[in-house]
Design a protein around this ligand. Structure first.
Ligand code: S3P
Length: 429
């Protein structure tokens, strides 16, 4: 039986924080130094698009990892792009940058790969149009997005019905370019990296919602950022350790922002220990080392409730595969948003778990895994829909259980975790 043992110091830098550091760097006045910027394709896409918009972006490798330096004259330093801005697979790039482009005195056109061209954009067009920009989408409200910017934008009060950190962030970026006070009410909290990085302190209201205020126009000064390791990447290696039952793994310098590390809390509710060492704070973010020592999942995970789902949104495919692999069962409800990710992740997980011999039932907002009817005797062909998180979930089942899989697009993993297979191989004893 394979054992996984070792200390991982090279988890990818956090994808969400890397995107934001680059965008904030382009808007801030002065020189922004970003230590440990992610080399994942999504984050490299954000740099490439900023470059196309005339931003001075330099990337170098130094002793502390990958460093990005951005020089900007501030809010109005972007230049009209000559060509369409290709956001590839990155929903964060297309959505968060739209908040900035909506405020520019020029027209931009944003496109992406096959998956991005299917993703819903009405959620960003509506608030940005209320602020005065014009956005043209396809007939099915997907990209290409043509943005006719407006300078200055008009502030709005935005009540966020569907939890989304991307939408919240793009309104913050647009609000920085507006004349007056933009207000965002968030009834269900989502990841708050943008607020932490900009020093925005939300007001916690009596009903439990957050109120975020941006007084525009607001010109931030450049400041340095250090990007911790990505908890969503850590979740895959944590699951590898749990599924293999006998692992001894330490994942270093992981971002433990409570909106991102909820998977650890949930697993602890199911009796796992998963202690944290070296807990500290870097740039307002909690950071620590996750220890996975002989952990086992004894009871199936049952996940429901919009608050929990929002905090686990990127971890749900792996948690489903983990629970199925360890207990043959899993249950998920209130997660309709999962259908609007890089793929329809409810459909993708059900299809592939069935191929792995599990009996599943699919609902509009989730699915259940009931039992494993039979262990596949041969390699299972996995349809990843070129979705990195679907691909990694099944690659972990392959590495840590008796199920053997063949991914139709293993290259999709490089979107967020380019050294995924290297890390798994380095941990094998
Ligand atoms: C992200 C927010 C989430 C998440 C995505 C990254 C971010 O998307 O799924 O991977 O960096 O803000 P939504 O805002 O659509 O929930």
């Amino acid at each position: 039986m394979v054992m996984f043992k070792g200390t991982v110091k090279t988890l990818p830098p956090d994808k969400s924080i890397s995107h934001r550091a680059a965008i904030i760097g382009a808007l801030a006045k002065g020189t922004t130094e970003i230590q440990n910027y992610s080399k994942g394709l999504d984050n490299q896409t954000t740099l490439a698009v900023l470059n196309q918009l005339g931003v001075d972006v330099r990337q170098t490798q130094n002793a502390n990892g990958n460093q990005v330096v951005i020089r900007s004259n501030g809010l109005w330093d972007l230049k009209a792009p000559i060509n369409a801005l290709n956001c590839n697979n990155s929903g964060s790039t297309i959505r968060m940058l739209s908040g900035v482009l909506a405020a520019q005195p020029f027209v931009s056109r944003l496109i992406g790969d096959e998956s991005l061209m299917k993703r819903p954009m009405r959620r960003i067009a509506d608030p940005l149009e209320q602020m005065g920009a014009k956005l043209k989408l396809s007939d099915s409200d997907t990209p290409p997005i043509e943005i006719h910017g407006k300078k200055p934008l008009t502030p709005i009060s935005f009540y966020q019905k569907t939890p989304s950190a991307q939408v919240k962030s793009l309104i913050i970026f647009a609000g920085m370019h507006a004349e007056g006070t933009t207000e965002i009410i968030e009834p269900i909290e989502t990841r708050n990296h943008t607020e932490l990085m900009l020093g925005l302190i939300p007001e916690r209201r009596e009903d439990g919602s957050n109120r975020i205020i941006v007084n525009g126009p607001w010109q931030p000064e450049a400041r340095p950022f250090t990007v911790p390791s990505d908890p969503s990447a850590a979740c895959f290696i944590t699951a590898l350790g749990i599924l293999s039952n006998n692992a001894e793994i330490c994942l270093k310098n992981v971002c433990l922002n409570p909106n991102r590390a909820l998977f650890l809390e949930v697993l602890r509710e199911y009796g796992l220990k998963l202690p944290i060492e070296n807990l500290r704070e870097i740039g307002g973010e909690k950071v620590g080392d996750i220890v996975i020592n002989q952990e086992q999942l004894a009871a199936p995970l049952r996940i429901f409730g919009s608050k929990k789902v929002a905090g686990l949104i990127d971890e749900l495919p792996m948690l489903a595969a983990l629970s199925a692999g360890a207990t043959e069962q899993f249950e998920l409800h209130d997660a309709k948003e999962l259908r609007a990710k890089e793929s329809d992740r409810i459909h993708a997980m059900v299809l592939n778990l069935r191929a792995c011999g599990y009996e599943c039932e699919e609902y509009e907002d989730g699915f259940t895994v009931k039992k494993q009817n039979s262990l596949p005797k041969t390699e299972v062909d996995i349809t990843t829909y070129s979705d990195h998180r679907v691909a990694m979930s099944f690659a972990i089942l392959d590495a840590a259980t008796d199920i053997a899989v063949k991914l139709d697009d293993p290259n999709s993993i490089a979107v967020s975790f380019p050294n995924f297979f290297d890390i798994i191989n380095s941990l094998k004893v």
